[in-house]
Design a protein around this ligand. Structure first.
Ligand code: PEP
Length: 239
């Protein structure tokens, strides 16, 4: 049976003092549950802080992006090998905010090669959903990731994040999300990766997480805004 994974994406929020308080609350409040894991993806400068705080806890940590290159003249980039040195287990790749503002695509190979688990994000815009193109868009995005990772598809985590639901307070209904997840899982199964964790992301809150996570193909969530409050994030993680 697949377990549940709940990952917080702090985005460009936080600071040493605020992080310290949030991490302490998470550590104090998280009572491990069978088949349930939680993680936080923090801004790069705070990876050392996350590693120091979470190292002895069951909470994993990761980054919000990773370079496709191993090293070299790529100003501003951070490699998978560097993230591993800071104990990262995860790296989000292809988040819609990175695609929209920074032209990112569907990387992930470098993360896998370094032993990180990429959390590969897919999701349609509102215009694409209204045009009935949701499945075509997410399958095209997933196809690009699968083509990149080749035989390693089973090592991915995939997050379905409808762009219109991120940070907007609008969320896909459990049925809408499940329909997309079922299609993604069917495609993953063709590459021997039917059991990858398929997360839903987009305005998940404590009051809607349980219904979403109860769906057959939703294996947890990628949580933005609600990951910045320990009580809210922990409630989602337990949902
Ligand atoms: C995200 O950033 O991946 C996300 C899902 O954000 P939010 O939960 O705020 O919609």
């Amino acid at each position: 049976m697949r377990g549940k994974l709940v990952v917080g994406n702090w985005k460009m929020n936080g600071g040493l003092a605020a992080n310290s308080a949030l991490l302490s609350e998470l550590i104090a409040g998280w009572k491990p549950l069978p088949s349930r894991q939680i993680a936080v993806c923090v801004p790069y400068p705070y990876l050392a802080q996350a590693a120091a705080a979470l190292g002895a806890s069951p909470i994993a940590w990761g980054a919000q992006d990773v370079s496709e290159h191993a090293s070299g003249a790529y100003t501003g980039e951070v490699s998978a090998g560097m993230l591993v040195e800071f104990g990262c287990r995860y790296a989000i790749v292809g988040h819609s905010e990175r695609r929209q503002y920074y032209g990112d695509t569907d990387a992930g190979v470098a993360a896998l090669a370094a032993g990180l688990t990429p959390i590969a994000c897919v999701g349609e815009t509102l215009a694409e959903r209204d045009a009935g193109a949701t499945m075509a868009v997410v399958l095209r995005q997933l196809q690009a990731v699968l083509a990149a990772v080749g035989a390693n598809a089973a090592k991915l985590v995939v997050a379905y994040e409808p762009v219109w639901a991120i940070g907007t307070g609008r969320t896909a209904s459990p049925e809408e999300a499940q329909a997309v997840h079922a299609g993604l899982r069917a495609r993953l199964a063709q590459d021997g990766a039917a059991d990858v964790a398929l997360l839903y992301g987009g305005s998940v809150k404590a009051d809607n997480a349980k219904a979403l996570f109860a769906m057959a193909d939703i294996d947890g969530g990628l949580i933005g805004g609600a990951a910045l409050k320990a009580t809210e994030f922990l409630a989602i993680a337990r949902a």
